[in-house]
Design a protein around this ligand. Structure first.
Ligand SMILES: C[S@@+](CC[C@H](N)C(=O)[O-])C[C@H]1O[C@@H](n2cnc3c(N)ncnc32)[C@H](O)[C@@H]1O
Length: 274
């Protein structure tokens, strides 16, 4: 790379960092107003931040790529769609809507997604406005799942759930899984950022003691989680940040289909006892 190109690159990085900081101001103002009595005004702060994010795609924002930019994970998702006759998708944690948009490109049925963060919600709602089958909500993931599971029409549908609302100290994952396992719905769920036993090259999230996304954390659901899977391919063959995942289903019939997928391997007793 020539000196000129190096300088150009450095200048671009500095400008992007500056613009990114500028977009942070209205969001901070929104937070400040929310704490006071300006809730109605706060929305405009988040809206402005989202509009700046949308206007400058070069900012390389977090959550820019679907399924973390992992090609093998996208293949797992499409394979599950193919074999499971999915008729609805629910994603928890929309962020910038990159995965939601990818799902919409590959699936014609209804897609629901939710996020608690208003800047992300405003961004994703605008980005996905052209997809008539996509509904983005500003909501806590547990509330969205609870509402959806109460719908009678869900009884005869197979739902794909992408559980990705982990980011904060308040980790909704156990609540989400409890709602899924105690509902009567037929579902295939994929949890992102989950530890893959015996393959430490797959990344996973941890939020302190007892809050590492791993099978041990789910031991209270062990008896109900009979049909659980991990990616069959080693992490070194995955692209992007190589985050791990866990896939499970609530139904024995769906499990028969998942067993046919070569890109998944069944979780064993050995995995549960790590
Ligand atoms: C890892 S990001 C989601 C990435 C997104 N699914 C994708 O693939 O591009 C996690 C998101 O979950 C959101 N979140 C955290 N806790 C939540 C909750 N309880 N309910 C809904 N969203 C939540 C965060 O605001 C953040 O945007």
């Amino acid at each position: 790379m020539t000196e000129y190109n190096k300088l150009l690159r450095l200048a671009r990085t500095r400008i992007d960092a500056c613009l990114s900081g500028v977009a942070g101001w209205p969001e901070s103002a929104g937070r400040y107003l929310e704490r006071g009595r300006g809730e109605w005004l706060a929305r405009y702060g988040y809206l402005l931040a989202a509009q700046i994010d949308l206007a400058i795609p070069s900012l390389g924002l977090v959550g820019a790529k679907p399924f973390n930019g992992q090609v093998k994970r996208m293949e797992i998702f499409r394979a599950i769609l193919d074999v499971s006759k999915i008729s609805m998708i629910v994603e928890t944690g929309t962020c910038r809507g990159a995965t939601t948009e990818y799902m919409a490109r590959n699936f014609n049925g209804p897609i629901y997604s939710c996020d608690l963060n208003q800047r992300y919600f405003e961004y994703a709602a605008r980005r996905l406005a052209g997809w008539t089958n996509v509904e983005v909500q500003l909501a806590d993931s547990r509330r969205l799942l609870q509402q959806l599971f109460e719908l009678p029409l869900l009884r005869d549908r197979v739902v794909f759930l992408y559980l990705d609302a982990h980011w904060n100290k308040d980790l909704p994952l156990l609540g989400e899984i409890s709602l899924i396992l105690n509902s009567q719905i037929s579902a295939v769920a994929m949890i992102d950022d989950f530890e893959v036993p015996f393959d430490q090259d797959y990344g996973y999230d941890t939020y302190g003691r007892g809050k590492k996304l791993c099978l041990q954390m789910l031991s209270c659901f062990r008896d109900q989680m009979k049909y659980a899977y991990f990616p069959a391919l080693p992490a070194v063959k995955e692209s992007g940040p190589r985050r791990g995942c866990l896939v499970f289903t609530t139904s024995a019939a769906l499990d028969q289909h998942l067993q046919t997928l070569t890109n998944l391997r069944r979780a064993t007793q050995r995995d549960w006892s790590v």
